[in-house]
Ligand binder design. Sequence first.
Ligand code: FEO
Length: 394
Amino acid sequence: MRTKLHDNIDWVGAIDWNVRDFHSYNTDRGATYNSYLIRDNENAVIDPVKGSFFKRWIENIRQFADPASIKYLICNHAELDHSSSLPMAVEAFPGVQIVATRKCRDTVVNYFGGADWNWRIVKTGDEISLGKRTLRFIETPMVHWPDSMFTYVPGDKLLFSMDAFGQHIATSARFDDEVDPAIVMEEAKTYYANIVISYSNFVRKTMEAAAGLDIAMIAPSHGVIWRSNVPTILAAYKDWMVNKNKKKVVIFFDSMWESTTRAAEAILDGATQPGVETNLVHVRHSNLTGIATEFMDAAAFAFGSSTLNGLLMPAAAAALVYMEGMRVPNKAAFAFGSYGWAGKGGPDQVEEYLKRGKYELLRPALKFPYRPTADILDEARKAGEALAEKALEA
Ligand code: FEO
């Protein structure tokens, strides 16, 4: 496997071929936990790996250096997919300094103890000279945890970006130009929608802080390393961090006996207009990861649910909660759905979620008893047309 980023800088991470659930993120293509070894007068490792891959990580380091020679272990982020190997690392790297922000140190100590480990707390602008190379640190709070930071190597124009610019792909390829670019960008977008998007305001601040950096290569902690498509991923982040929408309408729904389905299809019919991308997503037959990615850049959407036990459908509730957490209110929307003898339920509750999400409500909930009549389906088509008109403004 090729591991070399530059002379004396190698990937020494782990490939998780089989992971399919990453705290509810469906990782259909697996994942990697990237780690990088810099050999110099003093050796440094950038980013630890998930604890269950500790032995593989040490074997990978050993191909290039004695683990006991590691002077610095840079911990850019405290989340457990990286930090859970730290308790073992401090044993394997005697005398190592763990380099981290203060918040990273505090978070790791909350998880593992380790207050007496040999910490070196850094902040933006601090540098460590390894000999020929220098590491410079840039705090990136809330991208995507309070503790997060980047590590930059000025001489190589190399940015170790932690989770930012990451993608969940298990592959023996290490670089963006060794994998189908459509897959890399699809996974980078999915990653943004599911991990980063809630913190887009902080991404903007981070991008401003990084604007002065000359970047030739971005080495994230997940997925492939950007070396041929750095401008492409930076441009994509510039769109994503301002929640830029496409001229796109999505109809999300769940249905018990196809009544809400019929309304959803009529809305789709109305929304299908020249220049508008449309999609129909049955939320119970999809997953939250795909729903978030589909939702991320839709300018307008409708969300429907039948009524079950006087409430909205459980899969609809899960999707709405997940969407609310993404904090992307710059979308037009309305609720729809059927009810039975209860006289209310699913569509009203969907509308409550839409209000909480602060979306622009185009109309009151389109709700109907049992089966949608021809008039209701007509109304649904017109409501779909209104979604399309909104989408065309994007
Ligand atoms: Fe890859 Fe936020 O951890």
